[in-house]
Ligand binder design. Sequence first.
Ligand SMILES: Cc1cc2nc3c(=O)[nH]c(=O)nc-3n(C[C@H](O)[C@H](O)[C@H](O)COP(=O)(O)OP(=O)(O)OC[C@H]3O[C@@H](n4cnc5c(N)ncnc54)[C@H](O)[C@@H]3O)c2cc1C
Length: 508
Amino acid sequence: MIESTASLDRAAILARLRTLLPADQVETSEAVLKEASVDRFKKYQSVNGIFDAPTPAAIAYATSAEEVSAVLQFANEHLVNIVPRTGRTGTEGGLETSVADTIVLDCSKMDRIIGIDPENMQATVQAGVPLQVLEDQLREQGLTTGHSPQSKPLAQYGGLVATRSIGQFSTLYGAIEDMVTGLEAVFPDGGIQKIKDVPRRSAGPDIRHIVIGNEGALCVVTEVTIKLFKYMPDNNSFHGALVDDMRTGVAILREVVTNGFSPSVARLYSPDDANQHFSHFSKNQCVVVFVAEGPRGIVKATGDEIDRVLAQHRHERVDPQLIEDWFDNLNWGQDKIDAEKAAMLSNQQLGYTTEVSANWSEVANLYDAVMERIRHEYPHYADLPMLGGHSSHSYQTGTNMYFVYDYRIDCAVEEEIAKYHVPLNAIIVEEALRHGGSMVHHHGIGKYRTPWTTAEHGTAYPMLAALKEAFDPNGIMNKGTIFPVDGAIPAAAQHPDTTFTGPAGLRG
Ligand SMILES: Cc1cc2nc3c(=O)[nH]c(=O)nc-3n(C[C@H](O)[C@H](O)[C@H](O)COP(=O)(O)OP(=O)(O)OC[C@H]3O[C@@H](n4cnc5c(N)ncnc54)[C@H](O)[C@@H]3O)c2cc1C
C-alpha cells in the first residue's frame, strides 16, 4: 500500500466530489468500494471476501468528458489518486487501488454510439460502449469491427484501448492499435484533447500511441473512432489438425503467415492446453487451428495454402465442424465468470495465464525453456493440475505464447498469489525477456509486471518515463500501473528474483 499524498482527508474528498457530480454518480457503499479495490488478478481472494488493497474513497461515475475533466482537475490539484475503469475485465492489477483514498473514475455510463459511418468505414463510440453492443449493431448492417477478444461480451472501448487489447481474429484485422483512427482523451490538468481521424498522416510522431495502452496511467480515454470491415460470415472456412510437437506447429503457422496469407485465426495449442479445449479429439497431441474469412476468393486461396502447408508436415486432419463449434462457445460473458467463481469456491482450483511474445526463431525455444525451468525450479510443479500454452496471434516476424497454468489451493487464501502465480509468472516473464521477446503481449503491465517494466524497455525506458513526467507530473494517474513505484505491490507478491535486468542479468 502507498500512503495517500492527497492534501484533503477522505471526508473532504467526498464533499468536493459531490459538488462536481450529481449525488447518484458518487458511490460510497463499503461493499461496492471493496469490490472496486481489485480486479481479476485477485479473483480468488475476492471471491473469498478478502480485500487487502486500500478501500477507495468513492467511485465517481462520469457521464461526459467534461465531468471526467472536472474530476481529474480536482484530483490533480489535491493529489488524489485516480483509477479509471470501464468493463472491469482487467486481469493484471490495473484496477487495483494501491493508494489510500483513491477515486475510481468509472466511464461505463458513457455508453453512446456516436455514429456509424459505412461510407468512410468507421464508427465513433464513447468509452463505455461494450464491444458486444457495437458489434451486434454493426452486424445488422453487414459490418464488423473485426475485434473479438474473449472478453467481448463485457469489455468496453475505454479499457480495450487503454490495455492495447487484441482479438481472436487479429491475424486478419490486427489489434486495437491497428483499428483506432482517432480518439479523445482527458489529461490530469483537465484538458480534453481530440486526435482527429484520418486514413493516415505524416505529421510528426503518431500521438495515438500515447493514449493507446496507457492503462489509465497517463489519461482517461473518453471517445474512440475505429475502422469497420465488411462482415461475410457465410464464407468462413474452418481448419484443424493434430501435429506431433510445438516446433512443427510453429513452423506451420510461420509458413502460412509469412507466405502472405492472412487467415483471421492462426492458433497452436500444446497437448495439455489442447486437452482443456479439445479433449474429445486432441489425443494428447498439439492442435493447430485456422479460420479463413473475407471475400470467397480470398477464403479459397487461404484454405488452399493451409492445405498445402499442412501437407508438408506429418498431421491428422480434424473435422472442421468441431473447430467451428468450439469458436461458437469461446467468449466469456457474465455467465462464465459466475460459473468460474462457483467452481473456485467449490474445488479451490483456478487457472491463470501469462502472455508474452517472441520472434519466430525464438518462440519454440522460449516455450521449451519455460517448461524446463518450471519443471526443475518450481517446488510445486508436481501439484499443478495443468501447465501448457498456446500461440494465438501471429505476425510477419513472430508470434505470441500464452502460457496457462492451473493450481489447486492448498494454503491460506492470502498466500495463494505468492505461492503459485508470482513464481510461475516470473519464470515466464524472465524467459520471454531472455529470448529477446516482450514480457506482455496483450493484457497490459498492470501492477504485477511493473518489476520488469525497465527491463522490457531497456535503453528506451527514459522515453516511456518522460511521458509520465510530461502528462502526469503529479503522479495521480493509477499509481503503480506500468511505472514501478515502491509499495504498490504487497511484498508477498514480489518474486525474490525481480531484480532481473534482461540478458545481462541472466542466471546460469
Ligand atoms: C475472460 C477474459 C478474457 C479476456 N480475453 C482477452 C483477449 O482475448 N484479448 C485481450 O486483449 N484481453 C483479454 N482480456 C483482458 C481484458 O478483458 C481486456 O484487456 C480488455 O480490453 C479490458 O477492457 P475493460 O473495459 O474491461 O477494462 P477495465 O478492466 O475496466 O480496465 C483495464 C485497464 O484499463 C484502464 N482503463 C479502463 N478504462 C479506461 C479509460 N476510459 N481510460 C483510461 N484507462 C482506462 C484501467 O485503469 C485498467 O488499467 C480478457 C479478460 C477476461 C476476464
